[in-house]
Design a binder for this molecule. Structure first.
Ligand code: SAM
Ligand code: DTB
Ligand code: SF4
Length: 334
């Protein structure tokens, strides 16, 4: 059993089927527990594996913005979405390192670099490798999200010392084609397999609030939990509706459903860092507090994500004070 896997015996026996893979019906039973029972289960499991008052801090940087050929309906950076975003070229390594130094000084332990690509071109790999090496030498964990990766590209990133690769499955297999047509759910799983095979830690999650059902939330989390090795990090994003994108008018997700999904992620993947990811700007402090209680233990800090707004340092510092939370130290974040 891998480090990220945990036996089902940790969940109340009435919820356990006995074999190792989670079934959708088991997950549904957990998801539909009375809210207090669900949160109690999630918090109990959370405490077995983590300090319940520590939250891992990651910082994002868009190293190549806009002009992306993929048609992800939610994204500000797709050429298929007339969002008015200005495209830019791949950033220079020195600029990336200057930003990473600032993030470290502000308490972030993981630096995540994102590019609006279908996948990296081989000609970009040397610059990407230099970014990974440079950020690592600052003493931060490194994460990249560059789109699809071939086995060879994954190996190159692993050799550079990349700690994590983010590639989201985004939603359930059933709902996926409603959101993206230029690459398939199976393509996503293939990149995740290439990343895992290369020995890089996996960060994979999705978005809630794109018009999917709660069954899609459950199915997405079961797919993640049943990967041969579950992801070390699972970002749960709440859709940021981007004006001009296909999903600009999507009905917002019910906050209680969102919190239930966080709790289910914690129960299905007890040792994973569950990140309360995009969309915190549209969440009350009280909703975020319930997400932490349900088992979320990672956030993005800083006033921007890739292109969209995030609560700034002051707001998060106040939230942490109000809740008695502290930033997770790097050794506990690994
Ligand atoms: N181009 C790369 C890719 O798609 O793999 C990396 C960057 S992409 C922006 C990373 C992830 O951010 C997406 O898979 C999606 O889950 C999330 N995301 C993008 N736009 C979002 C939005 N408007 N609201 C919430 N999450 C979003
Ligand atoms: C993830 O799941 N969320 C982050 C990260 N992985 C790369 C990205 C959120 C993007 C939010 C929209 C934007 O900033 O454009
Ligand atoms: Fe491109 Fe990633 Fe945005 Fe999809 S989510 S359009 S792949 S940048």
């Amino acid at each position: 059993m891998s480090e990220a896997q945990v036996s089902k015996s940790e969940v109340s026996p009435s919820l356990v089927r006995g074999s190792e893979a989670w079934s959708v019906s088991e997950a549904k039973k957990i998801y539909n527990l009375p809210f207090n029972d669900l949160l109690f289960q999630a918090q109990t499991i959370h405490r077995r594996h983590f300090d319940p008052n520590s939250v891992q801090l990651s910082r994002l940087l868009s190293i190549k913005t806009g002009g992306c050929p993929e048609d992800c309906g939610y994204c500000s950076q797709s050429v298929h979405n007339p969002t008015g975003l200005k495209a830019s070229k791949l950033m220079e390594v020195e600029r990336v390192l200057a930003e990473a130094r600032k993030a470290k000084a502000a308490g972030a332990t993981r630096y995540c670099m994102g590019a609006a690509w279908r996948g990296p071109k081989d000609r970009d790999m040397d610059v990407i490798v230099a970014m990974v090496e440079g950020v690592r030498s600052l003493g931060m964990e490194t994460c990249m999200t560059l789109g699809m990766l071939s086995p060879l590209q994954a190996e190159k990133l692993a050799d550079a010392g990349l700690d994590y690769y983010n590639h989201n499955i985004d939603t359930s297999e059933r709902f996926y084609s409603e959101i993206i047509s230029t690459r398939t759910f199976a393509d996503r799983l293939e990149t995740l397999a290439n990343v895992r095979e290369a020995g890089i830690k996996v960060c994979a999650g999705g978005i809630l609030g794109m018009g999917e059902t709660t069954d899609d939330h459950i199915a997405m989390l079961v797919t993640l939990a049943n990967l041969p090795v579950p992801p070390e990090s699972v970002p749960i994003n709440m859709l940021i509706p981007i004006p001009g994108s296909k999903l600009e008018a999507a009905a917002p997700v019910d906050p209680i459903d969102f919190i239930r999904a966080i709790a289910l992620a914690r129960i299905l993947m007890p040792m994973t860092h569950v990140r309360l990811s995009a969309g915190r700007n549209d969440m009350s402090d009280e909703m975020q507090a319930l997400c932490f209680f349900a088992g979320a233990n990672s956030i993005f800090v800083g006033d921007t994500l890739l292109t969209a707004d995030n609560p700034g340092e002051d707001h998060d510092a106040r939230l942490f004070r109000r809740l008695g939370l502290k930033p997770m130290a790097l050794d506990a974040a690994e």
